[in-house]
Design a protein around this ligand. Sequence first.
Ligand code: ATP
Ligand code: MG
Length: 753
Amino acid sequence: MERTDSFLDALNGVQLRAATHPPNSTLQILAGPGSGKTRVLTSRIAHLILNCHIPPAAICAVTFTNKAANEMRERLTKLLGKTQVAQLKMGTFHSLCARFLRKYSKLVDVPENFTVCDASESKKIVATHLKTFEKDLKAHNLEPGTVTSIISKAKAKRLSADGYLDDAKSKAHYRGPTGTESPPTPDIIVGEVYVLYEATLRQNNALDFDDLLVFGVKLFSGHHLTVGWCRHILVDEFQDTNVTQYDLMRAIANSVRCITIVGDPDQSIYGWRAAEVENLAKMKRDFPETVQIFLEENYRSTGAILEASLEIVSQDSKRIAKSLYTAHPDGIAPVLYQVNGEQEEASFIAIEVKRLVAQMGGAFKWGDFAILLRFNALSRTIENALQKEGIPCRILGGHKFFERLEVKDVLAYLQLLDNPAFVPALLRVINVPGRGIGEKTLADILQRAEKAQKSPLALLEGIFDMRVPDNKPSIRKKILSFIQAIRKLRKSAESGTGPSDLINELLDLVEYQDHLRKTQPDWETRWENVRELITFAKEVEEQSVRDNAALALNEDESSLNIEMSALRQFLQVSMLSSTGDNESEESNQEKVTITTCHSAKGLEWPVVIIPSVDATTYPFIRSEDEDEERRLLYVACTRAKSLLYLTRSTTRRVAGDTKSRALSKFIQTIMEKRAKENKIPLFIDHIPHLELENRAILCKVLERPEPDEAEVQRMVDAFTRQGREHPPGIPWTPPGQAQANAYSNWSYPQSFP
Ligand code: ATP
Ligand code: MG
């Protein structure tokens, strides 16, 4: 008989126990990085379907990013086939809620055509309302960004606008806005803005990202629809769920009480976004039958990388120590390379990537390298350096693509077709291309629309059709081309034209390329982005045809295969995507990845480079939680499989001024402690030479064939001919004799071609 569970062979004993734990149970799998948590979760899904015969449509799997969901989907497709995988309810908490809310919008009083409002639109709305408090603001220095993030945190804790305002007032013993009482506290201003912000969203038929979760909780906790649809819920990266996400999970799981979560408190790095590591304890309280399984073997990294990473995280005295070992060889010690100047640092990185590719004789490809940054602003110099060396790179995450002006313009036009009440979209495109509609006229239109309880777009159409009298007849002329375009597009959309064709039609109608040429110096690259958006729209159309075909074979009650117009589907996917998620994996293999430490969560690469390990970056000077900063560095280091580099510059230019920078104390502490104890330093301060023996170790760890000696020679010769040299490294200066001894005992070949 053919075995259906051969996928379980790829697990060790404890992993197997976790994956095959009885289905009717609540299970916490807790373990360090690289111990196979995600692998176990994936295998458990396959096990539940193949061996426990739970229908895939009744399994809900939550991942932290869309990219992680795609990876899991790919792995499962190999085991289960496309039809079964298409039925799984899999995605981030946000994308799952968005899909359910579309289908059951009526149950929670959300309009079916709601628009997902992104962070920058939220900020704009907040900024508008903050202006009302201009007088008080001077005293309090409240920025729109700060207020938006306070509101977001409140929503993550499920604190409503009214609730927030009441709290703020009672804290300030506020007696109402009458008379000459003391001016509102900052908290009260935030509360008032929160109330107004919520009203604006509702008026616009819009939900922000946090609302997706808030309304999701409402949907799942208040209605019978959920009973029975979900027979098991699985959550990856549980340590980073916030209160609302936890409530969501509990609401979905409540009737069946079958949950599997995997997580690692040491990798909790989203405290600033109101994630709650206490959720682990809460789950044990809410589900006392919870069983815990711990995994202890790391399969990802070499011994040296794991040891250095653990020394970083264990500096946290409050941390509960746990064991994590690897059967991999120690391999090459992590490198700490220090230079003087961030240009040197960037060029060191670029040259080193090239050198490693050459010395490995092609056993490393560009796609094997990741450069992990504490924040995005660090990427500019590094991108330039890579470009100078002709090394292709991609920027992963950060929502970059969908944040671009030209992409947002096009999406805003489409949003207006789908949801005419969505004012941010109207404001964005009413003067794109320029139509001479001034701010005053706009304000006037908005005011009149509000009075008439109409959407501003409907009011404009009324003026255009002369159903609404207008005291400034010139306005009719100005909106002529806009309303005509909207109407033509609306007609096309209604007759079933797909999003990619709609975009083409839009570009023609408003002569968008011409507009870009006239207004943007870099219009060519922007035009390329618009074309990329069309490609993306086509992909979404094709994917939804495939999904629908797979689901049509197996339609059941609980399917989320709802009748959603192709346009709406495209908008939803766009708003919930981030760039890297949408690139094909194939093209990524040929590029060095640049991303933030946060977005690198759950991922792995053969070589990881972490620039700027200085005192203001780790811990980040603006962060209040040093322990979380340390964990972040730990997460970054543990992404590496075979080689880890930390680099830093002793000086850095900040807004034009050169400032000196000390080494990050997380690293300094390790170095000093080891020196005092006369131990080998965990980091070496020169580049490792990849001679035969080291190449063999790297290939073994990566399970790759060793390169051909002649090929190595050829590539190294080619690299040498280019005459690239590293900027001189500044050794870490030992503070005392003990340290010097430690160094002298530690010999390492220094030469490189
Ligand atoms: P993180 O905490 O960083 O998310 P994780 O615990 O989820 O890590 P995985 O990503 O599942 O770990 O696994 C890390 C690596 O180890 C992957 O490349 C995976 O394929 C591999 N791996 C996991 N378990 C085994 C095993 N039993 N045998 C061989 N390789 C394994
Ligand atoms: Mg994982």
